[in-house]
Design a protein around this ligand. Structure first.
Ligand code: NAD
Ligand code: ZN
Length: 360
């Protein structure tokens, strides 16, 4: 296996590092039409103390984005790009402040400022034609690894798939553990579990390798500190650990690949709009035959943190909906190849995927 990955160019880490954001982006202010776009999670819209710390200057655009409903869409990126270009021309850069949704919107928007047409036509690997503009990620909820990954996941008219290429990767990230302290308990669990599942999947498949395992084992240890070991729970030390776990988990899968849970999860999200991390948590307990140790430990973390996960959802699903989920899931050939091997099509049937969905 040959992989040659671009990493995030610069990373600031530590409590209070958000205060340095203005200083960090200053040198880029003279580029293009000399203004920045700040894309900020709607949670912060009425948080006056936080808003006062956003280093926006006159002429910059500050846009609050609602993220509690559907996941980022291709049409949303196209609309933002067209509106900002019409209003003020090409910005100096895009700063995303929020969770995985905002990270992906910032990454995709950076690319779409310089690539013509709709983002729909770039959903896939290396389809983007030109580098995007300078883009910075400031995560405020940890787990997806979107701050470090080379993909910007979008839901389009026919598929949920990322704009994936070297230019997607952030130029700069600012990891300030103070910013994740206010995450609601359920989101804290679901999104953290995305890291855990990334690592279990990246380390259990045909593409696993020492690079991916080194990051993965450390990220799993950190997750266990946050969700299982003595001192577990939402607290400042664990916020530091979770932020690093998310980053390492993202690197673990960058050097390998996700597997069965993510393939099924994309189908579920596509058909029902179920949010990524929550969808993974619904699916993962049913994957004991693929990841026995990971599932046993996951179940312990669910119990210890007293998290409720819905059961028997599939009783309300129509055959048509399940068939559509299977279509989306089956098309994720890179995940199946990693999880089951080159001959995955001989090992997997549509009926098997249906049986797994029926367990949920
Ligand atoms: P999110 O960005 O969807 O946010 C979840 C919720 O948390 C929102 O309601 C938001 O308002 C709230 N929130 C965010 N920060 C907060 C804070 N500090 N305090 C209180 N509330 C806060 O969450 P997510 O789980 O990080 O991201 C999910 C998205 O990430 C999905 O769209 C998924 O497709 C994507 N994803 C991307 C990658 C990648 O590599 N690009 C990987 C996994 C998932
Ligand atoms: Zn994930």
């Amino acid at each position: 296996m040959f992989k040659n990955f671009k990493s995030v160019s610069k990373c600031a880490y530590g409590r209070g590092s958000f205060s340095k954001l203005g200083e960090i982006i200053t040198e880029k202010r003279s580029e293009n039409n000399k203004y920045f776009v700040f894309l900020i999670d709607h949670y912060f819209q009425d948080k006056e103390e936080f808003k006062a710390r956003i280093p926006a200057e006159s002429g910059d655009i500050v846009e609050f984005i609602y993220t509690s409903g559907e996941e980022p869409k291709t049409s949303q990126i196209d609309e933002l790009r067209d509106r900002f270009l019409a209003e003020k021309g090409l910005p100096a850069g895009v700063i995303g402040i929020g969770g995985g949704s905002i990270m992906d919107i910032a990454k995709a928007l950076s690319l779409m400022f310089t690539n013509e047409g709709s983002s729909v036509q770039y959903q896939g690997l290396n389809l983007i034609k030109k580098p995007g503009i300078y883009h910075v990620g400031v995560p405020t909820i940890s787990g997806t690894g979107a701050e470090v990954s080379m993909t910007a996941v979008l839901t389009g008219p026919t598929k949920k798939l990322g704009l994936k290429c070297d230019w997607t990767v952030f130029d700069q990230i600012v990891l300030d553990p103070d910013l994740i302290a206010s995450v609601p308990r359920n989101d804290w669990f679901y999104t953290g579990m995305d890291t855990y599942i990334h690592c279990v999947e990246s380390m259990n498949g045909y593409l696993k390798n020492t690079f991916s395992e080194a990051y993965g084992y450390k990220a799993i240890d950190l997750c266990k500190d946050v969700y299982l070991n003595e001192g577990f729970g939402q607290n400042p030390l664990n916020d530091e650990k979770l932020m690093v776990a998310s980053y390492f988990g993202g690197l673990s899968l960058t050097y390998s690949e996700v597997g069965v849970c993510h393939a099924l999860s994309y189908g579920l999200s596509y058909v029902f709009g179920t949010r990524h991390c929550f969808a993974n948590c619904i699916i993962f307990p049913h994957l004991g035959e693929f990841y026995p140790e990971g599932v046993a430990e996951f179940n312990k973390m669910v119990a210890q943190n007293e998290i409720y996960l819905p059961q028997n959802l599939s009783k309300d699903w129509t055959d048509e909906q399940i068939e559509k989920m299977i279509d989306v899931c089956w098309a994720l050939t890179h995940m199946w190849r990693h999880a089951l091997g080159e001959d995955w099509e001989k090992k997997l049937t549509r009926q098997k995927i249906k049986d797994l969905y029926k367990m949920m």
